[in-house]
Design a protein around this ligand. Structure first.
Ligand SMILES: [Zn+2]
Length: 729
């Protein structure tokens, strides 16, 4: 029973959700979105339909490696399986707690590890399909199940008899004869219960439950208003000439968006969740750019029915009060205590190393663009709504990179087999064979069996690459079956992307971002596949948030490795390798606009940490004043570079699971670049180095403290130097 993990999956948080909305470019360095859409406000649970005899979640799958029975799964199976799964787990926990024999590691901790299988089966499949094959019915199930699960896990973790057994073992941990991993598992269980409030007095437990409940309601309300605010902020254009600069495909998309919302004959530019909006890069009409930008940043604090300022202020206060109840100075200290960073100070220290460089670089980028405006006799100073438009012109001028030149060399199938798989073969000795005999949940999904260097089966990976109506935006990795020696399981994982599907008979030609995203998600896949741990709690990607994006960001490096690149970047018609001057452009473009991209993300990371640094006794804050003061305090208040997410639409933090966690993207980017630097220092891409990395990092899951794990591999603390260099800072 990996409580935290199972719960995350259920809330729609894919194990490693990396992308943004479809329309938002996925940058390799800063994956943008927590997860598919937050849950609707909780409605009363629907009456449970009668349990049928053939619910495929009730028993372990009989398919190869326990692959899910997608040939049998139907939507009506989910709710009964959730109800049954929670009941079975509750019964298992009661039985563990009620034993008359004194607690042992086996009869308590290992027994808990073995529990909850039915709930895990349904949660994993539902977690993937609610993002990859969504509809109103799935959303309703999710909204109904979320509060039931929250209560289910509170009931387990606040069960005094169960905690008493764990606590007894914890006190005896020096004399139990446990190996280091077993000892860590025991300590982790104890810590999880303590962090959930198991040590509190009954009256404090009651207070805690009330705060949890208030937060989950506020959070649901926030998500509802935030989505409405985003949808309601769409800009309608009545005259197509205003869209000058946009591609024909984008203009057609805007017309379709207007028609879909009952405004036929007009054009609609919907907002995405970030401050920046894709249309700003191409629209020549400066007034329209400003209008779109202002609509974007006004979200959530207009004093209207969609205003969320009071909600976020109270959520911050509730979290501070809960942290105080649990003995922490603030919510950030509570969250980070269980992360690789350990303290908010450590996270801030890292951000402070990047901050001044990012500011300096962003100012240089701004100066470049201002020169261009002046040369064109624009007669204005660059404003936030001008940045993307002029950055695009600088990109063409300075880097001369036109995406349409490189795409013919980036064919999906070739990138996968001759790039992503090839790199994994060269490093880890893996080979891949497509399996067409296993059922899939959509005809576009492909299954591969993965073999190790010795020819034995490592696991399965499902590739779901194409965008479709029912799929949420972005890209993510998920797991259907976690590797575990205890349960005798090999890993079954997935990669999901949103590559536009080509017309029948046409090849899928990728953008550079999409290539990087494939390598990124496959890095998560490797983390799941190469896991060799005993306990499911510690398997694969079950690691702290500020560690889990490390293997994926690290794996992005191989996309540009000369030997790998030359192997996959071939013209889809002629098979010719990409000309050298084009390769050079692709490489050089990697540092383009990185001052801006780094700074906007950094600002949001700092905002998040500041919001969660409030003391338990702090009064309610005014979000606008708070935000301005926080940015000023950290000297990142550059007018032309607003935060990637402003407080009121920072859904990672108020509606998602990233409270005091947004810094993790920067933190893991540092690890990814620093680990690649280790390869550079040790003769690069060799099987020996791959073996070292897999042995030290990819195989270990969460079986060792993340900080210790990294230090053991690297031989020293991670340094930000490699990342600064990579980004041209
Ligand atoms: Zn990721």
């Amino acid at each position: 029973m990996s409580i935290a993990r199972t719960f995350a999956v259920l809330l729609g948080l894919a194990v490693a959700a990396c992308g943004g909305k479809t329309t938002e470019p996925i940058t390799p360095t800063e994956p943008t979105d927590v997860a598919p859409t937050p849950t609707e406000p909780s409605a009363p649970p629907t009456p449970t339909p009668p349990v049928t005899a053939v619910n495929p979640f009730f028993a372990e799958s009989t398919l190869y490696l326990h692959a899910p029975h997608f040939d049998q799964v139907r939507e009506e199976h989910y709710m009964p399986a959730f109800v049954e799964g929670m009941q079975r787990e509750a019964d298992e926990m009661k039985a563990i707690a009620a034993q008359t024999e004194p607690p042992t590691f086996e009869n308590t901790i290992v027994a808990m590890e073995k529990s909850g299988q039915t709930l895990a089966r349904v949660s994993r499949v539902f977690g993937q399909l609610s993002g990859a094959l969504d509809n109103d019915n799935m959303q309703k199930i999710q909204a109904d199940v979320a509060p039931m699960l929250a209560k289910h896990y509170d009931d387990i973790r606040l069960n005094p008899a169960l905690f008493a057994r764990i606590h007894t073992l914890y006190e005896q941990r020096d004399s139990l004869g446990l190996d280091p991993v077993g000892r860590r598992l025991l300590e982790r269980y104890h810590l999880d219960f303590v962090r959930a409030g198991a040590n509190l007095s009954e009256s404090d437990k009651t207070k805690l439950r009330a705060l949890n409940e208030e937060e989950s309601k506020l959070s649901a309300k926030y998500s509802e208003l935030q989505i409405k605010g985003m949808n309601g902020g769409a800009i309608v254009v009545e005259d197509v000439t205003q869209l000058d600069g946009m591609s024909e495909a984008d203009i057609a998309g805007a017309a379709a968006a207007a028609t879909a919302r009952g405004q036929s004959g007009k054009w609609m530019i919907p907002l995405i969740n970030t401050t920046g909006q894709p249309a700003l890069a191409s629209l020549k009409n400066r007034a329209l750019r400003e209008k779109i930008y202002r609509a974007s940043i006004a979200r959530g604090h207009a004093g209207d029915a969609l205003d969320v300022t009071a909600i976020v202020a109270r959520i911050a206060q509730v979290r501070a009060q809960r942290a105080g109840l649990l003995g922490f100075a603030n919510a950030a200290a509570y969250v980070l205590d269980d992360q690789m960073a350990k303290t908010p100070e450590a996270a801030l220290k890292l951000l402070a190393k990047v901050g001044p460089r990012a500011v300096k670089r962003a100012k240089a980028e701004l100066a470049d663009m201002q020169k261009l405006v002046d040369k064109q006799k624009g007669g204005f100073k660059i404003q936030p709504w001008d940045w993307d438009f002029y950055a695009e012109q600088v990109r063409k001028e300075k880097y001369a990179l036109d995406e349409s030149q490189i795409r013919p060399y980036l064919q999906l199938d070739r990138v996968l087999k001759d790039g992503v798989f090839f790199a994994a073969h060269e490093l880890y000795g893996l080979s891949f064979k497509q399996r067409t005999d296993l059922p899939v949940y959509h005809p576009d999904v492909q299954v591969y069996e993965v073999f190790g260097a010795d020819g034995t089966t490592v696991g399965l990976i499902y590739m779901d690459y194409y965008a479709r109506e029912t799929k949420h935006g972005g890209a993510w990795m998920n797991s259907f079956v976690d590797q575990s020696e205890l349960l005798g399981r090999k890993p079954v994982v997935t990669n999901t992307l949103n590559v536009p599907k080509p017309a029948a008979g046409q090849p899928a030609l990728l953008t550079w971002d999409e290539v990087t995203t494939m390598f990124h998600e496959f890095g998560h896949g490797l983390h799941g596949l190469l896991s060799t741990v005993k306990y499911p709690y510690m398997s694969g990607t079950n690691t702290p948030r500020d560690f889990v994006e490390f293997p994926s960001q690290f794996n992005e490096n191989w996309a540009l490795e000369p030997r790998v690149f030359a192997n996959y970047a071939k013209h889809h018609e002629t098979g010719a390798v990409m000309p050298d001057e084009l390769v050079a452009k692709v490489k050089k473009a990697g540092t383009f606009n990185q001052g801006y991209a780094t700074l906007e993300a950094l600002e949001s990371a700092l905002l998040d940490l500041e919001w969660h640094a409030l003391a338990p006794t702090a009064p309610l804050q005014d979000p606008e004043a708070f935000e301005a003061a926080a940015l000023k305090k950290h000297k990142v208040d550059l007018a032309a570079v607003p935060p990637r997410y402003r407080t009121t639409y920072f859904s990672h933090v108020w509606g998602g699971g990233y409270a005091a966690g947004y810094y993790a993207y920067m933190w893991t980017a540092v690890l990814g670049a620093d680990a690649y630097q280790w390869f550079v220092e040790h003769k690069g891409m060799t099987p020996a180095n791959g073996k070292t990395f897999a042995g030290a990092i990819l195989s270990r899951g969460g079986s060792v403290d993340a900080h210790d794990l990294y230090k053991q591999f690297r031989g020293k603390e991670p340094s930000v130097d490699a990342l600064l260099k990579q980004r041209g800072l």
